[in-house]
Design a binder for this molecule. Structure first.
Ligand SMILES: C[S@@+](CC[C@H](N)C(=O)[O-])C[C@H]1O[C@@H](n2cnc3c(N)ncnc32)[C@H](O)[C@@H]1O
Length: 242
């Protein structure tokens, strides 16, 4: 971590997400200037990623896809398990982040592959054992299509994982944490400026489409905002057999 790198990232976050151009062009404009420092800053903002990866029970020989995988940072959390997998694909639309991902994935030749593609339409050559989203659902405009596409890629019984910022539904639900004003109002507005759309429908949709194995709502600190903790969820579900 360096203060200068953080300052560059913070400047880009303050500028926000462009309001014009295609989705891919907007991602490139947003991430291009901060791609080299992306990992160092997100280490302190995107909580629960390591935990998600550790909880994915995947035997050797597994086929795994991360949709919206950015710099492929999350592959490191698999540790020694990674080399035992048959294939791991990191799919993303942003060339600047994919360049970082390609450099990183050169460490696992024959296993890790980097693909420039859209999470809503990408199809692997054969069904896979696990697809996960790490802070990507909030950045994918048609996130339902991305979840549906992930389910199409999965073999029956395969795992769908997600970790992301959490927006509480208006009405309190038995299975979700009680919404407070900060969770309902402040955080969705705060993140929207950077093209990150917290949506109270994410978690219910995942619960509806898969058999839940793990569903947790948590909070984590935000760099340079002492005392504030942003809500996030961690979810793992199984694709139903039929
Ligand atoms: C906050 S970043 C998270 C990156 C990575 N998963 C991580 O945990 O560090 C969100 C990512 O989603 C990608 N993304 C957004 N929309 C996408 C889409 N339609 N298809 C593929 N990737 C997309 C962005 O380019 C970006 O890399």
């Amino acid at each position: 971590m360096s203060l200068l790198a953080d300052a560059r990232t913070l400047l880009q976050l303050a500028r926000g997400h462009r309001a014009y151009g295609s989705h891919a062009e907007r991602l490139q404009a947003f991430y291009g200037p901060q791609a080299a420092h992306y990992d160092a800053f997100r280490e302190r903002l995107l909580h629960g990623r390591e935990d998600l990866i550790h909880r994915l029970a995947l035997p050797p020989g597994s086929r795994v896809i991360e949709l919206g995988g950015g710099t492929a940072r999350n592959l490191e959390y698999f540790g020694e398990r990674l080399s035992s997998f048959a294939r791991v694909e990191v799919v993303d639309l942003c060339p600047a982040l994919l360049e970082q991902a390609r450099r990183r994935c050169a460490r696992w030749p024959g296993v890790a592959a980097v693909v420039e593609g859209d999470a809503t339409t990408y199809r692997p050559a054969q069904p896979v054992d696990c697809v996960y989203f790490s802070y990507a659902l909030t950045m994918i405009p048609d996130w339902r299509a991305a979840v549906d596409n992930a389910l199409r890629m999965l073999r029956p019984g395969g795992l769908l994982g997600a970790v992301d910022f959490y927006a509480a539904p208006r009405a309190a639900r038995e299975d979700f944490k009680r919404p407070d004003k900060l969770v309902r109002g402040f955080w969705p507005r705060w993140f929207r400026h950077d093209g990150v759309h917290l949506d109270p429908r994410h978690l219910p949709y995942l619960l509806e489409r898969t058999e839940p194995m793990c569903c947790e709502q948590r909070r984590g600190p935000v760099p340079y905002l002492p005392g504030l903790r942003t809500p996030y969820f961690l979810y793992i579900g199984r694709k139903p057999a039929v």
